[in-house]
Design a protein around this ligand. Structure first.
Ligand code: FA5
Length: 348
């Protein structure tokens, strides 16, 4: 028995000294002090010893037991220290390329398109502008000629916020349904003449399908100057869509009602999935609506502090996701926010 205890002692002294990880020290602890650990089992044989032997061996046993336990704890501390000082002294070159051959990521197709769009319009003097995602009824509707109760409000299924703020006299808070909430703000801020673009998120309580998302991107253009007219709107729509989809792309303007423009237009691109024949994606029409647009209503100019007798304006609200569907031949809009790398990674 005495020899056995001494053997365990010397065997584990060495093992503890050599252990260089906390996991290894846990293993050693279990093999000594676990349910069937070598130290745990020793006292079970005390019954086989004479009284004198017990009196002699048990203090020695207890001393070794405590010593091994303390040594393990001490070694744990040392390992922790070593790790910590390695971490603080190591320098990591974060610019170094990974040695393993990982698949490379790419910019999300909507972001790619947004970069392209911003570059195109920066070239012709449009500046970027931002408006809040959570906005007041006033900027999203009232100042755009859509008072409460106006039937046009049904065009936008709106998500209102329950929070009420006593000091807010501009109407209820909502998640903006379109980037047109920026129109009056930017006119008030920048005055006329002005060329601004907003590319950002909007939110609608939408019935989801292949063409409709609840959280959608919009690209708004606002152009106010002395002689701006529908011909500019037609020209710039083509400049834009042909640059994105290619010179052969057919673009059409068709009359469409929005209370904040007069006249108003829907800007359609020919459906590239069916080449204009009509399919499920374009709802059988052969065209995909890419934007709402028109000449800014005189009252909206007035709301923005601009004199409609002096200035006229045009505005568009494009749907970048609808455009990306055409450009990258993606047949369901929901793919963009799905995180489906197989679909998103396969895009040229
Ligand atoms: C508007 O939101 C107007 N603010 C556009 C506008 C701006 C008109 C300036 C006049 C002047 P509309 O709801 O039609 O209009 O949306 C504009 C574009 O956003 C659509 O043509 C479409 O391309 C895109 N869009 C609309 N709803 C969704 C949706 N649920 N999911 C994805 N794209 C959408």
């Amino acid at each position: 028995m005495e020899n056995k205890i001494l053997e365990i002692h010397s065997k584990y002294l060495e093992k503890i000294k050599q252990a260089n990880s906390l996991a290894l020290l846990d293993e050693i602890f279990l093999s000594l002090f676990g349910k069937n650990g070598e130290i745990t089992l020793i006292p079970k044989d005390f019954g086989k010893l004479t009284k004198d032997e017990v009196v002699r061996i048990s203090p020695q046993f207890n001393q070794i037991k405590v010593e091994l336990e303390q040594l393990i704890e001490q070694r744990r501390e040392e390992v922790r220290e070593e790790k910590y000082s390695k971490l603080t002294s190591d320098t990591i070159d974060i610019t170094k390329e990974a040695q393993i051959d990982l698949p490379k990521g790419q910019i999300h197709p909507i972001t790619q398109l947004e970069h392209e769009v911003v570059e195109l319009f920066s070239k012709i003097g449009f500046q970027q502008y931002q408006a809040p995602h959570i906005d007041t009824d006033n900027y999203n509707f009232e100042l755009l000629n859509i008072p409460a109760g106006h039937p046009a409000r049904d065009l936008w299924d709106t998500l209102y916020l329950e929070e009420k703020f006593d000091n807010l006299d501009e109407g209820k808070l909502l998640l903006r349904t379109h980037t047109s909430n920026a129109q009056v703000r930017l006119m008030r801020e920048a005055g006329a003449p002005v060329r601004m673009m907003i590319i950002d998120r909007c939110f609608r309580y939408e019935n989801l399908d292949a063409r409709h998302e609840h959280t959608l991107e919009q690209f708004e253009l606002v152009y106010v100057d002395k002689t701006v007219n529908m011909a500019n709107l037609q020209y710039l729509s083509e400049y834009f869509l042909k640059a994105i989809f290619g010179k052969e792309t057919r673009v059409r303007l068709r009359p469409k009602y929005y209370p904040f423009v007069e006249p108003g237009a829907g800007v359609d691109g020919e459906c590239l999935f069916c080449k204009g024949k009509g399919c499920k994606i374009c709802g059988g029409t052969g065209w995909l609506e890419l934007a709402g647009a028109g000449m800014i209503h005189p009252q909206v100019l007035r709301n923005g502090g601009i004199n409609p007798n002096e200035y006229t304006g045009i505005a568009w609200g494009f749907g970048p996701e609808r455009m990306a569907m055409l450009k990258y031949e993606i047949s369901d809009i929901r793919v963009f926010k799905s995180g489906d790398l197989k679909a998103l990674g396969g895009i040229k």
